[in-house]
Design a protein. Sequence first.
Length: 113
Amino acid sequence: MTRHAWVQEFSGAITVSDTKGTILEMNAKAAKTFEKEGGAHLIGTNVLDCHPEPAKVKLRAIMENRKPNVYTIEKAGVKKLVYQTPWYRDGRYRGVIELVLEIPFDLPHFIRD
């Protein structure tokens, strides 16, 4: 098994793009999620082209300001957490990672001290 092989079977969708928005990697869940748009064939294309204008503005802001964007959505009766965040290598900004996880509608919340 390669060092990062676990990512392919991870239950959340992971999409990694570079500083200009070019999609570098997608795991199997992300490819399946975006199958109608091209799936794994989206690798090498620009992530900004995959979003409508209001979302493009937010994504550009993440790329420019290097601050995460976190929210939940409901689509086809499934609630999802979307976590878009900058990623770094050796302390240098390298692009954006989008992690999408299916979550329960009644999600427990705990406060731990």
